[in-house]
Design a protein around this ligand. Structure first.
Ligand SMILES: [Zn+2]
Length: 392
């Protein structure tokens, strides 16, 4: 049994993120990252983390963030605003679940950089106020671009993130399939494996700026629905990347690089274990929890169909009310319960289950909000107040 990592509960940032991911790497487990598109799915993920005693990552994709803002909002800042909304929700309630939560943003391709810029703006504003960024971590996916450009853009952004101690996840090499508008369905299969040299070139470029970064290297993985037989998943190649880096760095560490795994839906337990033992500290989970959420609702509807055809009238009588079946809190809860169970399966597969015994705060002990700025200097506060008054 692993000794729990010494990090606080609720959303963690900075050194605590580094500490937790290093703990995962050293103890041979990975933290599952779930795509959330609503307060309901985010709560389901945190409830599961609490139930299965695991740290967890909640991530917003660009499309998920748009959904969070509302599908009808076409504003160019909608996705950034939606990500901020999800982050604020998670920050408000995470402490009640008694587990550490890493707040992350998912794949950001070159054309989506304005979304990334918006989130950094929010991080900076939050940082100025509270002394830590809004998000714990962000992901840049420039893998569609030539390696040189991919790495150069990552360097440029990492320089902005490092002073706030925000983790950067990047991707190099091609992951198959289709996700968030990037389509790699017809790519040459040989290109689906990132080389050790490519991985090391990222390490070389980013490490002079900071050590809080991780790399998604392709090893035959496919985003979204996995089509067996198309490519062979070779997680053992990840160990080759570590070996190469270890030699190059003359490092005592067998796994000097933080790796992450994408496109893992449909992988066997064995493949996941191999990846985790090679230094994968985080794995994305989306497709399987999407299905689980739907499946909970599907089962509920199938079992209670006769009670869901009108506001009044069911097998018990023409005047019997159906409110307790169609109330969204009833059927959305069924979706949540099913998702919670599936989140637990991922925690089991990745070995994060039972690594962090839940520390639920005593009743009333968790803060209701954190609207208090870090600086309590009365002189500064008076200046701000006067400044605000002068504006009116
Ligand atoms: Zn990816």
């Amino acid at each position: 049994m692993v000794t729990a990592c010494d990090v606080p509960i609720g959303v963690i940032t900075g050194d605590n993120v580094k500490k937790l991911l290093a703990h995962a790497k050293d103890n041979g487990y990975a933290i599952p990252a779930f795509n959330c598109t609503s307060s309901s799915t985010a709560n389901a993920v945190m409830e599961a983390a609490s139930k299965f005693n695991s740290p967890v990552m909640i991530q917003a994709s660009n499309g998920g963030a748009q959904f969070m803002a509302g599908k009808s909002i076409k504003d160019k800042n909608a996705c950034a605003a939606g990500s901020v909304a999800l982050a604020m929700h998670v920050r408000a309630v995470a402490p009640y679940y008694g587990v550490p939560v890493i707040l992350h943003s998912d794949h950001c391709a070159k054309k989506l950089l304005p979304w990334f810029d918006g989130m950094i703006e929010a991080d900076q504003a939050y940082f100025n106020q509270y002394g830590e960024p809004l998000f714990s971590s962000h992901m840049l996916d420039l893998s569609e671009e030539p390696d040189e450009e991919n790495i150069a853009i990552c360097v440029q952004y990492f320089k902005k993130l490092a002073p706030m101690k925000i983790w950067l996840e990047m991707e190099i090499g091609i992951t198959g399939g289709e996700e968030d508008g990037v389509n790699n369905e017809d790519v040459d299969p040989e290109k689906l494996y990132t080389s050790p040299e490519q991985v090391y070139s990222v390490y070389e470029a980013l490490s002079p700026i900071g050590d809080m970064f991780s790399i998604a290297a392709a090893f035959g993985n496919v985003h979204g629905v996995y089509k067996p037989g198309n490519v062979k998943l070779s997680p053992e190649r990840l160990l080759g990347h570590q070996k190469y880096a270890k030699e190059k760095l003359s490092s005592a560490d067998d796994k000097p690089i933080f790796l992450v795994m994408h496109g893992g839906s449909g992988s066997t337990d064995e493949e996941i274990k191999t990846a985790v033992s090679a230094g994968v500290v985080k794995m994305n989970v989306d497709t399987d929890t999407q299905w689980a959420y739907w499946d909970g609702l599907r089962v509920f509807e199938a079992e209670n169909r006769d009670y869901l055809q009108g506001q009044i009238g069911n097998p018990k009588g023409p005047d019997a009310p159906n409110k307790k079946y169609y109330d969204p809190r009833v059927w959305i809860r069924k979706a949540e319960e099913s998702m919670i169970a599936r989140v637990g399966v991922s925690m089991e597969k990745l070995g994060s289950k039972d690594t962090f015994p839940t520390k639920k705060p005593a009743d009333g002990a968790a803060p209701i909000f954190n609207f208090k700025p870090v600086s309590h200097n009365p002189l500064e506060q008076a200046k701000t107040m006067i400044g605000n008054l002068m504006k009116h």
